[in-house]
Design a protein around this ligand. Sequence first.
Ligand SMILES: [Zn+2]
Ligand SMILES: [Zn+2]
Length: 325
Amino acid sequence: MRAMVLDAPLTPLRLAALPDPTPGDGQVLLRVRACGVCRTDLHIVDGELDRPKLPLIPGHQIVGEVVAGGDRFETGARLGVPWLGWTCGECRFCRSRAENLCDRARFTGYDFDGGYAELTVADERYCFPVPDGYADEQAAPLLCAGLIGYRSLRLAGDAERVGLYGFGASAHIICQVAVGQGHRVFAGTRAGDVETQTFARSLGAVWAGDALAGPPEELDAVIVFAPAGELVPAALRHVRKGGSVVCAGIHMSDIPSFPYELLWGERVLRSVANLTRDDGAEFLALAPTIPVRTEVETFGLEDANDALDRLRRGDLRGAAVLVLA
Ligand SMILES: [Zn+2]
Ligand SMILES: [Zn+2]
């Protein structure tokens, strides 16, 4: 099979011809049809997450078709493979419905080879059927950008006015969910990014502007998707007493120190880590009812480096997706 391989951090992915993988016990072999490009992939390639398997095939928003293996799904079934690839089932977190925090969790496209390839294997217990009505490339971003965004929105609590700071793949999906559920969405972007601000308004945001400066009214919650620590004190400044700031990324630059006054008044600052299978099932059932429409830009497998570069530069509208012929 053909695959894009990371040999070492801070080097471009290499197109390689590799032996086809074989499914082990409880694993399905999938023919990859599309794989979303996530900011986490970029953090891995850029050496900001420090313990990837190497060499590694990245990619954890996989839409594929079952070729063989496992017994939960029929051959030909269309499945999604998310970031959470395996959990121990025994630790205190697994036993309390918080498998996203499992001490021994293993992740797709990080601990296991992922979907920047023609074929991949995955533990069938962590795969989801992909909802009908979504083309492969349109479904792919639901599997991480959508799932993590959804978990973040849920953890933002009871919030009428929600800020989404960093309006990329995740925010463009969750904006639609939030608007559909009756929240008012305030989209924070880089100063002067008129194109993204226009895009956010087209998806129902009531305000779009510079995230650091903030909207003209107080918010109930802000979800910070951008990996920029300086947005955290800014977001705290923009939420009301008792409001929440939720950091949705797996990696963020250092958060500058800030006066206690910004946290005072029972404001809550928290992160969101990974996902549970319940999040996945819930979100994939919800998405078609909104209905969430994903805006994607597609790339060939061999153009994965280009897709990552565009994401690094913030030069994408919606989500980048690799589409396999
Ligand atoms: Zn566990
Ligand atoms: Zn991801």
